[in-house]
Design a protein around this ligand. Structure first.
Ligand code: NAD
Length: 297
């Protein structure tokens, strides 16, 4: 297939590369010179601008930082995309923007999907991403051929926006469960309970979660994770903050009481904005919580 790929950053570049390796013809575009310079020119054609990358393609994929950039790229490319071609947005954005873009696609007779991912840069490089997808059954059938190349799982979550909804619900659980796991390690330290013993118990008990058993925030405990590499991300605290923002924004708009989600947002905001946590993995919040002031009784 002929594919346009817009947004060749940490995630987009390896995803585009996998599509080329699978035999697709990919034309890429990114605003940043450095992102373009990092792409292998013998594999991928670089367009002059976003409409140039989107014109006359079977599928256009976007992998952009946020809803604002998606909205501006969508406004520029939808008018030049071929009728019945497909726009797949893999960025993480707010549900509302995803629905607006889906509506614009529909009006232009273009198939649209919101298909955010989990799995991070490692998943993008190894082709093991999970896609959470919103849009029609027909659009999902078209996108599936590419999801199989870029990932190992694609779940059709429902109509437009459902992929983004699933993504922010998942990451709200992840943010809250990571904080709970880290607080348990902090409490264990104060109770002189060995961290390894806490892991042995919890990872096979009712307090278990992905944050404990797969991505343990305590260095030297559990399978290898960013905590064993000085908390180099992985999944950065800045991206966790972004996703908790999106979750809270959606909860506020819909009047959903998400008090733990709001608290997780406040804790990560403080970590990222006041404690230099932005470039660290989100599990580094352990050090913040264990270094916290003792509460005077
Ligand atoms: P990134 O900042 O590395 O890449 C985004 C790219 O988009 C940049 O190269 C930027 O120059 C480009 N861009 C911005 N505006 C543009 C425009 N108008 N036209 C063309 N290009 C434009 O970000 P990333 O880590 O690749 O993440 C991309 C998306 O994936 C984000 O929405 C993020 O939340 C989501 N995500 C990231 C991860 C991760 O671990 N990095 C994991 C899951 C989901």
């Amino acid at each position: 297939m002929k594919i346009g790929f817009i947004g060749l950053g940490n995630m987009g570049a390896p995803m585009a590369q996998r599509l080329v390796e699978a035999g697709h013809i990919v034309t890429g575009y990114d605003l940043m010179e450095s992102a373009i310079a990092a792409m292998p020119k013998d594999m991928i054609t670089i367009a002059n601008d976003a409409p140039d990358a989107a014109r006359d393609q079977d599928i256009v994929i976007t992998m952009l930082p946020d809803g604002e950039s998606l909205a501006s790229v969508a406004a520029a490319i939808i008018p030049v995309m071929r009728q019945r071609s497909c726009l797949i947005d893999c960025s993480t954005v707010d549900v509302n923007t995803a629905r607006v873009v889906a509506e614009q696609c529909k009006e232009a007779n273009i198939l649209g999907l919101d298909a955010p991912v989990s799995g991070g840069v490692v998943g993008a490089v190894s082709g093991t991403l999970t896609f959470m997808v919103g849009g029609s059954v027909a659009s999902f059938a078209i996108g599936s051929q590419l999801f199989e190349i870029m990932g190992q799982r694609a779940i059709h979550c429902g109509e437009a926006g459902a992929g983004q909804a699933a993504k922010i619900c998942n990451n709200m659980i992840l943010g809250v469960s990571m904080i709970a796991t880290c607080e348990a390690f902090a409490l264990a330290d104060d109770l002189a309970l060995d961290r390894q013993k806490l892991f042995d118990v919890v990872s096979t008990s009712s307090g278990n979660s992905w944050s404990m058993s797969t991505y343990c925030p305590a260095p030297g405990v559990g399978p290898k994770s960013p905590s064993d590499n000085h908390y180099a991300p992985g999944f950065s605290a800045a991206l966790m903050l972004k996703d908790l923002h999106l979750a809270q924004q959606a909860a506020d708009l819909n009047g959903t009481p998400t008090r733990a989600g709001k608290l997780a947002l406040d804790i990560y905001r403080d970590f990222v904005e006041s404690k230099d946590g932005a470039s660290l993995d989100f599990s580094a919040i352990l050090n913040e919580l264990t270094a916290g002031q003792k509460i005077e009784g």
